[in-house]
Structure formats: C-alpha cells, structure tokens
Design a protein around this ligand. Structure first.
Ligand code: PGA
Length: 222
C-alpha cells in the first residue's frame, strides 16, 4: 500500500442529522476524482454513525473506507456498554487504538491497548495505532502507526514537519514496513508540508475533518 493515507477522526462529534449534512457535502469529493489517485481515505465516525457512513458510502460509491475510533479490550461477553472487535467488523475495516484522549481520559494502559490490538487483528480489523512520541510500546501485528504529539492535538500548533519526519524515521528503524501518519492540527494549509516528508505516509485529521469542505481541501492538497 503506497497510497497517501488520509484519516478523519470525527471524535465525539456529529448527531445523525449533522452526519447526513457532512456526507451530503462530502459527496462533492467525487468532482475532484482525479485528485484521489494514490490516496486512501478512511473516515472514523463515532460508533452510532458507523452504519450510516458505511451505507451512504456504498450507495453513492464514495471512495472511502470506514474506521471505528475505539474497540473493547474484551471479546464478546458480559461487558456492559462495550463494543467489541467482532461487532465492529460488521461496519468497519479499521480501528483507532491508543489515542492520547483515550489513554488520558479513560486510563487506557499499554496492556489494554495490546489486548485491543490482538482482538482487532483476530477479527480482521486493521489497527491504526497511535503513539505520542518515540517511546510508546507498539503491539505485535500493527502495520499503521499515527504519531500525534499531545501538544499538537486541537491546539492549532502542529509539530514541525521535520520533527514529525524524524520521529517517523525512528519508528521505521524498528520495522521499515510500518506506515506512519502524522496527526495534530493538520489543515488544508499545512497538510502538504507533512505528506511531502519522506517518512510520513499520511495524516490523521481531527478538528479540520469536521468541516467537509475543509476535509476535501486537505485530501486535494495532500
Ligand atoms: P486535531 O486532532 O487534528 O484536531 O489536532 C487530531 C487527533 O486528535 O486525532
């Protein structure tokens, strides 16, 4: 997979109506079809919208894949409130694991993240594993990693492309088949600065993906 990967993380935003508006605006992506060569787009909506995004994409032949933002560290069973990998696989092909917002707000530990990864792989979900720096543990079987320094998330203060590239290169020195994304305050203005770096294979976009027009520009400019 040598395509530039562009992942949207919609976080805990969008009601059903707002999601429909987002999709109706995002359909315009098809007018820029030739800008999509060599790009792979993955949208990660909240759980309750996974089905809607997937079926809309199928109906309108949108060139996107679907990812979840989280997965239970447990397999199916008596775990009230959890959504497990086997269930998610009905609606998505990818899953974000290890976002700093989950590590920090929900106490997710390396051990939990490794269980989430194992179960995702067991059911055929592709993990997009997030690290906040060079020192995070990366579970076995992960192929796509997103480097997101905490200071850059939602702050309007991205890392420098040079540092992002250096971190990506360091992680790749462990395993040169890893795909490394950069995330943290990516916009349509700065996206190319990251995607042109030799070790950066794509971007993970939070806030700027909430606006479909801006997200299309990011895809176009990447
Ligand atoms: P941001 O978020 O683009 O709003 O900085 C990125 C993320 O948290 O995945």
């Amino acid at each position: 997979m040598n395509n530039v990967l562009i992942v949207a993380n919609l976080k805990s935003y969008k009601t059903k109506i707002e999601a429909k508006e987002w999709l109706d605006a995002f359909v315009k992506i098809k007018e820029t079809e030739n800008s999509l060569n060599d790009k792979e787009i993955i949208i990660c909506p909240p759980f309750q919208l996974l089905f809607m995004f997937g079926s809309y994409a199928k109906d309108k032949l949108l060139p996107i894949k679907i990812g979840a933002q989280n997965v239970s560290p447990f397999d199916e069973g008596a775990y009230t409130g959890e959504v497990n990998a086997k269930q998610i696989k009905d609606f998505a092909d990818f899953v974000l694991i290890g976002h700093s917002e989950r590590r920090n707000n929900f106490g997710e530990t390396d051990d939990m993240l490794s269980k989430k990864t194992t179960l995702s792989l067991k059911y055929g979900l592709i993990p997009i594993f997030l690290v906040q720096g060079k020192d995070n543990l990366i579970p076995q079987g992960v192929e796509i990693i997103a480097y997101e320094p905490v200071f850059a998330i939602g702050s309007g203060n991205p890392d420098t492309p040079e540092n992002a590239d250096q971190v990506a290169s360091f992680i790749k020195s462990e395993n040169d088949t890893y795909k490394i994304l950069y995330g943290g305050s990516v916009t349509s203005e700065n996206v190319k600065n990251f995607t042109k770096m030799p070790n950066v294979d794509g971007v993970l976009v939070g806030g700027a993906s909430l606006n479909p027009e801006e997200f299309i520009k990011i895809i176009y400019n990447a």
